[in-house]
Structure formats: C-alpha cells, structure tokens
Ligand binder design. Structure first.
Ligand code: NAD
Length: 334
C-alpha cells in the first residue's frame, strides 16, 4: 500500500497497514519535511516527495527520499489518499494515470468515487472499484450503529444531533474556543445526506453544533424502530458488534475525556478509540423509540475502515474475515 498524505489519518492508516499480516507499506508521501516525516523514517517507512518542487527540502533536512509520489503510486497495489479535503480530488488523475485503485477520505465528495464505504454496511460494494471513499468519522459512527439496528429491528427514522469537536488536538488554528456554534446554520445538516450515501433509502435528519473541545464528537440519537424490542434485546444486538463498545456503568466513564484516558490506559496507540463509544446507561427504549449517546474518536474510527476497504477493493477477503483480521491486528475489542 502507498499512503499519500501523512497527517492525522494518513499516519494512523500507515501504522494500521503495517500491523496487518497480509499488507506491506510501500511508502508514504509527504509535502515537506517536519516531525511527522522524521518519525515516518524512524518507523521504517520509505518517504516519497508529494510535490516535485519541494523534493530537495527533504535532503536538506537530512531525510532521504525513495522517489516521487508518482513512483509510489506506480509501485503500490492500491493507494490510500489521506490529503486534506479537496486535495484528494486534485490527486485523482495521478491514480488514474497509473491505473492504481485509490481510497479517498470523508472530506471528498461522494460524486468523486465509484463507492462510498463502511465495512459493516456495504463491504461488498467496493469489490474491484477504481475509487472508494471511506466516509467521514461521523458518517462511519452513524453507519456502524444503523446497520445492525436495521437488520434486527427495522428503522423508520433516525434523528441525530452531532456535537462536533472544534478541531483535532493539534489543530491550534481551529475553534471555537469560547462559543457554541450552530454549524452548519441550516437544518437539517449535510451529515444526514452523507449517511444516505451508505443507506440510500434511510430516513434520517441530522443537526450539527461545534463546541470548544478537541477529543471526540458526541452524538445524541433518537431512532424510531419498526418494531418495539425490549431494551435488553437492543443492548444484546449492539454488544454483538465488535466496533461498538458499550461502556458499562462499572467503568464510571463520565465523558469523552475519560474515554480517551481509558484508551491510553489500555495502551492504545496515540490513545486511539477505534470503536463507537456508547454509554450503556443511555440506551433507552420507549415503545419503538430508541435513545442513546455515543462518542466518536474522529482521528481513528475510520482507520479500521480504510484497512477493510483495501481488502474489499482488492477482493482479498470476505467481509467477516477482513473485519476480524483488522480488529485482531489492531487490538480492537481487547
Ligand atoms: P491533515 O491535515 O491532518 O493531514 C493531511 C496531510 O496531507 C498533511 O500532512 C498535509 O501536509 C498533506 N498534504 C497536503 N497536500 C498534499 C498533497 N498534495 N499531497 C500529499 N500530501 C498532502 O488532515 P486529516 O485530518 O488527516 O484529513 C485527511 C482526510 O481525512 C480529509 O478528507 C478529512 O476530511 C478526512 N477525515 C479527517 C478526520 C479528522 O478528524 N481528522 C476524520 C475522518 C476523516
């Protein structure tokens, strides 16, 4: 695999690829030398120059490069593009020129790709695709929950309020720092239509807010089911899903800061929490109405999905085998 764009998502995907028994990192493409480029080299990844005019900067910084991004793409069976929103669209012609399939991230438009992807929901749809979009962190979190609920109980309508982190921890230029923003201001928000790229016939409305927090997003959910299961039946259906973590009352996790601390205490790399963090106590059923709170670690929940998308595109394994292998290699559900 080649990874083009080695930031928040790209470096995590590179490490996750390296952890898989059936995958190898060919190299990672960077635009400029910095601490991430230094650590990439120390991690054993070959470094490729993403921008030809800046290629000399790596040598000047004492970092050896293995070639250009075009050479990385040529040498890879598939490329994961983890560049900033919109840059992936600009890069698409590079992948097409080399006839190398590419995975894009949630910041790109659905129209750019053959398939928008979530492993639990539509793994098979990515088979042999030239371009796949691993949907955003929020859409991934919603899709993982919607898929099993639909199968077990049917869904009439989903209503979700997304309380979104202002920026990732290292994004010191983002905000707000002392406000609560309706974002976007128009309702319902664009997040619902994004979920419909995975479930076209789903009825879903979403609302978005941005808050001064960096650790995770929080979703407040109300799902009208087609049947009226008791709460234990719903809890059992969710507990069966490896990428849904039910946080029991015994853990005494009060908020997203505790979830992140829990991930670090478990020895997770970078304190990543790959699963949806669902507060068990919040799961409530009244007739056909289900309510719950879930937190989404925006920097990492799409990482296992990228790994499964690679196998799905290359038709290397079926869905269950791929998801289980990914989970085991990462230490997810440990
Ligand atoms: P980021 O800014 O942390 O990393 C992007 C990296 O790409 C940076 O290192 C940047 O220097 C590099 N880059 C810029 N132009 C490039 C080019 N032409 N070629 C190669 N590299 C280039 O961004 P991110 O948060 O990792 O986001 C990447 C994608 O993942 C976006 O589509 C985003 O919407 C999506 N995504 C982000 C998050 C999140 O919370 N961070 C969650 C899910 C999905």
């Amino acid at each position: 695999m080649g990874i083009n764009g080695y930031g928040t998502i790209g470096k995590r995907v590179a490490d996750a690829v390296a952890a898989q028994p059936d995958m190898t990192v060919v190299g990672v493409a960077k635009t400029r030398p910095n601490y991430e480029a230094t650590v990439a080299v120390e991690s054993g990844y070959d470094l490729y120059a993403a921008i030809p005019e800046r290629a000399d900067q790596f040598g000047e910084a004492g970092l050896e490069t293995a070639g250009t991004v075009e050479e990385l793409i040529e040498a890879s069976d598939i490329v994961v593009d983890a560049t900033p929103s919109g840059v992936g669209a600009d890069n698409k012609s590079l992948y097409e020129a080399a006839d190398t399939p590419a995975l894009f991230q949630g910041g790109e438009d659905d129209a750019l790709v053959d398939v928008s992807f979530n492993a639990r929901s539509n793994y098979e749809a990515a088979a042999d695709a030239d371009s796949v979009r691993v949907v955003s962190c929020n859409t991934t979190g919603l899709s993982r929950l919607i898929a099993p609920l639909r199968e077990a109980f049917g869904i009439e309508r989903v209503r979700a309020t997304l309380v979104r982190r202002g920026g990732d921890p290292a994004q010191s230029d983002r905000g707000p720092i002392n406000d609560i923003l309706p974002d976007p201001k128009t309702l319902p928000s664009h997040h619902g239509p994004d979920v419909k790229t995975i479930f076209p016939d789903l009825s879903i409305d979403t609302l978005g807010l941005k808050v001064p927090a960096t650790l995770m997003h929080m979703h407040s959910l109300n799902v009208t089911l087609e049947s009226a299961p008791d709460v234990e039946t719903v809890r059992d259906a969710l507990a069966d899903e490896d990428r849904l973590a039910l946080l029991g009352e015994d853990l005494d996790i009060t908020g997203t800061a505790d979830v992140k601390e829990y991930a670090m205490d478990m020895g997770r790399p970078r304190g990543d929490f790959w699963e949806n963090a669902i507060w068990d106590e919040s799961i409530t059923v009244k007739g056909r109405e289900l309510y719950l709170f879930q937190a989404i670690h925006q920097e990492s929940d799409v990482v296992p999905e990228n790994i499964d998308a690679i196998r799905a595109v290359l038709e290397a394994e079926d869905k269950a085998t791929s998801m289980a292998r990914t989970n085991e290699a990462l230490g997810l559900s440990d």
